[in-house]
Design a protein around this ligand. Structure first.
Ligand code: MG
Length: 158
């Protein structure tokens, strides 16, 4: 399955605050953002289970920046969608949605935004909403991905 994650306020603290992964001096030197505690463990687990892990952000951070942000935690992202790439792709599709994961063959998108969840209901894509209060956002994502917890959910077969 292909799973994407929002960055701001989902994996990177901004207006919402949550504990973050430890940074090395090198990551600090590069001025890389802190990422949410549990992200690395979750992404590694998903990748070990042969899922594709992507980032889908409406920020203009460059793909290179996002690549290194996760690679320096040992995670190779299978795809990176930033606002520029979203605009380029969605312009041709004529969609008005702020995010539209199916355009990038993404099957589930993890986000903090209620608005994105509503868009999912409206445009027919699956979302998992996590909030800053959820201490274990990781567990929530994994639980939501369990086929048994989702009636009608069909796991992708390669
Ligand atoms: Mg967000």
């Amino acid at each position: 399955m292909t799973i994407s994650f929002d960055l701001d306020d989902t994996l990177i603290p901004g207006t919402k605050r949550f504990p973050s992964e430890k940074q090395t001096w090198f990551q600090k030197l590069l001025g890389l953002e802190k990422i949410r505690l549990g992200t690395v463990q979750l992404m590694k687990k998903l990748k070990a289970e042969k899922h594709q892990v992507m980032v889908y952000t409406t920020s203009f951070r460059s793909a290179g920046h996002i690549r290194w942000l996760f690679l320096l935690h040992g995670v190779w992202l299978d795809g990176i969608i930033n606002q520029r790439r979203h605009d380029r792709t969605l312009l041709t599709e004529g969609k008005r949605s702020s995010k539209y994961p199916p355009a990038f063959k993404i099957e589930v998108h993890v986000d903090d935004s209620k608005g994105v969840e509503l868009e999912g209901q409206r445009y027919g894509f699956r979302t998992i909403l996590i909030t800053e209060q959820e201490e274990d956002g990781v567990a929530k994502v994994l639980a939501a991905l369990e086929p048994t917890n989702n009636a009608g959910f069909v796991a992708a077969t390669p």
